[in-house]
Every structure is written in structure tokens, then in C-alpha cells.
Design a protein. Structure first.
Ligand code: PLP
Length: 385
């Protein structure tokens, strides 16, 4: 084995249900862009098909792959679509994002053949991220220009810049701008602005629906969000485990250089394990600075510079781990556990980036079993080994 991901689809469904209960009567729109945050687009989508009002992806290609696989739930494409592909988007019954009334909106209208069903669109307003979206001042006129037979205005939406920060006033400023921009929009048009963090921390942002990404995978948008929500008794279930296997172990004396640049030297007689994954497999190149993995039920440090396809782990404290032993990068190993958040922080990044960069080619094993009717908090792993 090089590496393997194990993904619990039932946990994802339970996270969606927990979020839905939290934000009701607002609805949860799962965000499954970036290969469902590394969890696998088609399998995650299949697990949600028919039970959610809509899903959001970034690219048209993701939406077309879903349709090809028979996915029937409405799909909102958050990002831009090449003009030449707009007709294919319309034919696949995909909902698109419009952010101005210029050439892109005209191309989108032109993609709707005369007499065809209107294209469902969500108008995006930039209330403060300075990313996709029309300016607040331009919104009323642009929204009026979308009132044409080729378009069905399904939603108006925006995105928040600082919803993880509880002491920031910017979220309310953005909400107020959004309300101003959309004041003339009929009430039946769906309004959505919150992602996971806002949906959790700022109830007034829930509006008609929330676009929940990171939370449905059982990961927290920030440590602050985790602290506040767990204090309130709200829990998520991480759905992904990431493992590899030790290729071989070197027993070396103190002061032995390890890896490129001799960036690390053993400080004592050591057992150095070689791992068959590197930055091409999603392990950040700087993981050797302070990240740990689990081996033999112990936390063991990654050492040296991570290579393209290999890395090193100090197994001195895990005498039971040898060639062929499993190594857990995210997940549990006996008494030890490593969360995506903690692993990401040790690599100087956030869980979002770690999971989104897990290559599509890593084998993914799925479990999709609901726990027995009498659930206990400590369920056995659905991947009983
Ligand atoms: C990615 C994304 C989301 C989901 O954000 P999470 O923090 O993962 O919940 C919501 N809305 C937009 C526009 C996004 O790009």
C-alpha cells in the first residue's frame, strides 16, 4: 500500500443532519467542490442525492461529472464557466452564478435557445471579500437586467470574509450591504450568505439557506468555532482517515543526516522509518518541521524534508512499528488520535488545504453504514480492521 483514504459517508450525512437541525428553518446546501474537500466527489454526492435541496460545486466540469453519474439533485456552480461551455451547462440543468450584467450575462442568455427552459441563476454580490460579485451600488440595476425570459433568478447570494472572528463587526456590515443590494428582489428568491462558520456563529446570517462545506466533513472552520460550538454541546464527526505504510526502517546512530539538504540529523540512536508518500501525495513539504503521525499507537515526528514521493518518520519511541506497519496521518491508532486540524496546524496551514489537496488518485475506501438503532457516543469504527 502507498496510501489509502477511508471515508465514512454516513458520518457526512449525520453532519449534514446536525447542521440542518442547527440552522432550521434555513436549509443546508452541501458544498462539494474540490473533489468534495478531498473526500471524493461522486461518492459523497451519491450519499447526499435526494436528501438535500441542492449542492454547490466550483467548476462546471464537476457538475457535468455529477450529471453523467446520474446525480439528480439541483447543482449550483459557484465559479465562472467558459462562454463556450454555457450551452452545455444549460443542457445539464445546472444553476449558474452571475456577477455582472456585461458580456458574461449576455453570453449566458444567448446559451438559452429560443423556447428552451430558462437558465436558473444565482446573482452574486460582493459585500466585502473583493472576489466574485457585483458591487452593492450596481446590484439593483444588474438584478433588474436579469429579469428576462432566458433567466430564472433562483437566488441572490454573497460570501463573508471574517465570519470566524467573533469580535469582528465586519459580518454585520456585510449583512447590511447585502440587505441593501437585494432590497428590491422578490421574497421568493432564495437569499444565502453563510458558509459553515457563519451558520454556526452568526444565526442572523442563516437567511434562507447556508452553503456548508468544511462542517459536513466533520471539520471545524477554525479553533474558535470549535471551542464555541463544543461548549454549546454541538459536535461534528470527522469522516476521513488517511493512512500509509512504513516501507523500511533504518537503525542509525546519533548525528546521522536524514533526507535532502541534510536538513535533519538524528539527535540520538534512532529508528528512522521511510514513508512512501511525499508532497505529490498531499503531504506538505514542510511537515518535517513539526508534524507528527501515528505509528504503533504512538505519536511520532516527521523528520527531514518531505520529498516528492517519500518522507521520514522517527520511530524511536514506537519500537513495535516496523516495515509494513500502518502509519496514520489523520485518524486514530489505538489510544492515539490525530485530527486534520492539528495535523494542518503543524504544517502551518488549515484543514481545508490538507484535505482539498489529497490527490484524486489516492485509493478511497468508503463505508456507509448507519449505526445500530441504539447509538452510543463511542461507535465502533465502521472500518473494523
Ligand atoms: C467554499 C465555499 C463555501 C463553503 O465554505 P466552508 O467554510 O467550507 O463551509 C461557501 N460559499 C462559497 C462561495 C465558497 O466558495
Amino acid at each position: 500500500m502507498i496510501a489509502e483514504l477511508r471515508i465514512d459517508l454516513a458520518a457526512i450525512r449525520r453532519n449534514v443532519a446536525a447542521l440542518a437541525a442547527l440552522v432550521a428553518p434555513a436549509r443546508v446546501v452541501p458544498v462539494i467542490k474540490a473533489n468534495a474537500y478531498g473526500h471524493g466527489l461522486l461518492d459523497v454526492a451519491h450519499a447526499l442525492d435526494g436528501s438535500v435541496p441542492r449542492v454547490a460545486v466550483y467548476e462546471l466540469d464537476e457538475a457535468l461529472a455529477l450529471r453523467e453519474a446520474g446525480f439528480a439533485t439541483p447543482i449550483h456552480v459557484l465559479g465562472p464557466v467558459a462562454p463556450a461551455a454555457l450551452a452545455a451547462a444549460h443542457a445539464a440543468d445546472v444553476e449558474l452564478t452571475l456577477w455582472d450584467r456585461g458580456a458574461y450575462a449576455r453570453d449566458a442568455a444567448a446559451a438559452v435557445r429560443h423556447g428552451g427552459a430558462p437558465l436558473r441563476v444565482h446573482a452574486k454580490i460582493d459585500t466585502g471579500v473583493t472576489r466574485l460579485g457585483m458591487r452593492v451600488d450596481d446590484a439593483p440595476a444588474a438584478l433588474r437586467s436579469f429579469e428576462r425570459p432566458e433567466f430564472d433568478l433562483a437566488g441572490v447570494f454573497s460570501h463573508l470574509a471574517a465570519a470566524e472572528e467573533l469580535d469582528s463587526t465586519f459580518t454585520h456590515e456585510q449583512l447590511e450591504r447585502f440587505a441593501r443590494a437585494t432590497a428590491g428582489v422578490p421574497a421568493h428568491v432564495e437569499r444565502h450568505i453563510a458558509a459553515t462558520a457563519a451558520a454556526m456563529l452568526w444565526p442572523e446570517t442563516r437567511l434562507d439557506s447556508v452553503r456548508a462545506g468544511i462542517g459536513i466533513y466533520g471539520l471545524w472552520p477554525s479553533p474558535e468555532t470549535e471551542r464555541v460550538m463544543r461548549e454549546r454541546g454541538f459536535e461534528l464527526e470527522p469522516a476521513l482517515e488517511w493512512r500509509t505504510e512504513i516501507v523500511l526502517v533504518h537503525e542509525v546512530p546519533a548525528h546521522t543526516p536524514v533526507g535532502y539538504g541534510c536538513a535533519y540529523h538524528t539527535k540520538r540512536p534512532s529508528r528512522i522509518g521511510v514513508l512512501p508518500i511525499g508532497y505529490a501525495e498531499g503531504l506538505p513539504r514542510n511537515a518535517g518541521e513539526s508534524a507528527h503521525v501515528l505509528a504503533g499507537g504512538r505519536r511520532c515526528r516527521i523528520v527531514g524534508r518531505v520529498c516528492m514521493n517519500m518522507a521520514f518518520v522517527d520511530l524511536t519511541e514506537a519500537p513495535g512499528a516496523g516495515a509494513g506497519s500502518p502509519v496514520t496521518l489523520i485518524g486514530v491508532d489505538g489510544p492515539a488520535a490525530m485530527g486534520a486540524d492539528e495535523f494542518a496546524a503543524a504544517c502551518g496551514t488549515i484543514a481545508y488545504e490538507i484535505v482539498a489537496r489529497l490527490p484524486a488518485g489516492v485509493p478511497r475506501r468508503y463505508a456507509d453504514a448507519e449505526p445500530a438503532a441504539s447509538t452510543t457516543r463511542l461507535r465502533p469504527s465502521p472500518f473494523a480492521r
